[in-house]
Design a binder for this molecule. Structure first.
Ligand SMILES: Cc1ncc(COP(=O)(O)O)c(C=O)c1O
Length: 388
């Protein structure tokens, strides 16, 4: 059975062009970038050009890119690093209610360290309200963090507007762009961003590598001490093959973004139209248009309790989709989604999403097979929904 992967928001297949770019840096050019000899110098050079490539994709300067191990680490670094470096200015942090756990986790930890956290509500589409933001800003506010686009429901947030408000008030603005980087244009200057989290494994690059854009002049406390790597901001021997792969993946995404986004959008619309037309009990989570070109999140009224069953039955048929975010199923349990709760779904509905996330390697044929197999699964479960 040919398997079909429709969970590209969780992770993507590494593009073979990326693998090819990485290969020489395992056993041919394997020096430590901090070494003074030729082995070190040659990888230091490739690290510099990779940093410059990634910086150029978001309109940053090379020295504003700090490599990390992941999106999770970048989010932790941004929030904790700003909080501790700016403690004398204030102790208030604002984040949206639908942030990824790797933003919410550090915020909750910071609360335990004496910081105050305000969670900005979102509307039924998952959008924050700029006026709400203005209302909750205090003189003690040191950082606002609003994700570029949500990982569960795909809604794209009004980043430039948030950026302008923060800039005018002298508050640092951070955004988690793990889902949007490489899929939609990002410009740290136009969007007034001070910090931006990105990673490689969502854009057909390797796992275990991320970066944090930190605008020059930003007061941030290094979170990992040691040999002073990464301009003294993140000590650890740099992962050169992964950095090379990250840069190659980012470069390919930019080159192919316009055509690929249009292609994914067409497939996305085909799935949304087919499912909403064919099943009266289906509904779409997230904004109808202001969403990532590759994201679809459905709820099926009356079948919320069966969301995992739906997922597992599709899996048996060779189709990989998600029930929300990959992280929400860590630890073996399946919890209510804080994102679906924040858009106003009741606790039953907030347990039952089916996320289909498209990617570079998905074809129209695969979409057709998915729609057919979904009809088979829903056909069996449908009688249960007759009361809805
Ligand atoms: C929005 C968002 N932020 C952060 C992360 C974490 O990134 P990583 O898997 O590189 O730690 C993810 C990954 O699921 C994500 O979707």
């Amino acid at each position: 059975m040919k398997r079909i992967y429709l969970d590209n928001s969780a992770s993507t297949r590494t593009d073979l062009r990326v693998v090819e770019a990485m290969l020489p840096y395992f056993s041919e050019f394997y020096g430590n970038a901090s070494s003074l000899h030729g082995f070190g110098r040659e990888v230091k050079e490739v690290m510099a050009s990779s940093r410059a490539k990634i910086a150029s994709v978001i309109g940053a300067k090379p020295q504003e890119i700090v490599f990390t191990s992941s999106g999770t680490e970048s989010n932790n670094f941004a929030l904790k690093g700003i909080a501790f470096a700016n403690r004398e200015k204030g102790n208030h942090i604002i984040v949206s209610a639908i942030e990824h756990d790797s933003v919410i986790g550090p915020c909750e930890w910071l609360r335990g360290q004496g910081f105050a956290v305000t969670y900005l509500p979102v509307d039924e589409d998952g959008l924050i309200d700029i006026n709400d933001l203005k209302k909750v800003i205090r003189k003690e506010t040191i950082i606002v963090s609003v994700m570029n686009a949500n990982n569960e429901i795909g809604t794209i947030e009004p980043i430039s507007e948030v950026g302008k408000i923060c800039r005018a008030r002298g508050i640092y603005f951070h955004s988690d762009a793990c889902q949007s980087f490489g899929r939609i244009p990002i410009d740290v200057n136009e969007q007034c961003l001070d910090l931006l989290t990105i990673n490689a494994h969502k854009i057909y690059g390797p796992k275990g590598i991320g970066a944090l854009f930190i605008r020059e002049g930003t007061k941030i406390m290094p979170w990992q001490q040691g040999g002073g790597h990464e301009m003294g901001l993140r000590s650890a021997t740099e992962n050169i093959p992964a950095i090379v792969g990250f840069a190659k993946a980012a470069e390919l995404c930019v080159q192919e973004m316009v055509v690929e986004a249009r292609r994914e959008l067409r497939l996305r619309e085909k799935i949304i139209d087919a499912v909403l037309n064919d099943y009266s009990f289906a509904y779409l989570n997230g904004h109808r248009d202001r969403r990532l070109p590759n994201n679809i999140s459905f709820g099926f009224a009356g079948l919320e309790g069966d969301a995992i069953r739906l997922l597992l039955e599709l899996d048996e048929m060779g189709i990989a989709v998600s029930s929300g975010s990959a992280c929400s199923s860590n630890g073996g349990g399946h919890k209510t989604s804080h994102v679906l709760s924040a858009i106003g779904l009741d606790p039953v509905r907030a347990r039952g999403a089916l996320r289909i996330s498209l990617g570079r390697f998905n074809t129209e044929d695969e979409v057709n097979v998915f729609l057919y197999k979904l009809s088979q699964v829903l056909g069996c479960l449908k009688p249960l929904t007759s009361v809805y």
